[in-house]
Write a protein that binds this ligand. Sequence first.
Ligand code: IMP
Ligand code: MG
Length: 178
Amino acid sequence: MKEIILHNKIFQQHISKEEIDNIVSDLANKINVSNTEKPLFIAVLNGSFLFAADIMRKITIANAEISFIKLSSYEGMKSSGEISELIGINSNISNRNIILLEDIIDTGNTLEKIIEILTQEQVGSIKVATLLFKPDAYKKNLNIDFIGKSIENDFVVGYGLDYDEIGRNLPHIYKLKN
Ligand code: IMP
Ligand code: MG
């Protein structure tokens, strides 16, 4: 099995680029037949940049649009809690049918924050598509409409996913070797 080293850690190939392509095609087909009218795809940066680019080429729904967001977290001046803000929504998305594109859903914390913020914008509907899902780490009850592949609770990199910002450019997905 092919191995690589990132920041002194060993990773082994886990999902080949050919398998990724099949997973992305399956997801696109499911979305294509979902009868989502004039969908606004929203890709969550940075991790989903390759997934978004690849899946969009396979989407055949007429009038599909795409936009990009980033969730930035910062400590509030007084509160001890983390405050999150969505960067990138600069047009009116009220009543739009949103399809979120996520690279990976782990605990679900990120997804929950994004859905919370989008809901405040009075969107028409929100569907969620994720390339990878870690069922054993997921702590939320939010419905995930389209799941590419469920994986074990391993740390993975490649195809957009990073380990301390490196590894996003790798065409295959690798997992941390224990
Ligand atoms: P969550 O909020 O715990 O669901 O985590 C979501 C975010 O954590 C993802 O969008 C990724 O940026 C990051 N993440 C979670 N698991 C992994 C992983 O295995 N590799 C790389 N990034 C990950
Ligand atoms: Mg991410």
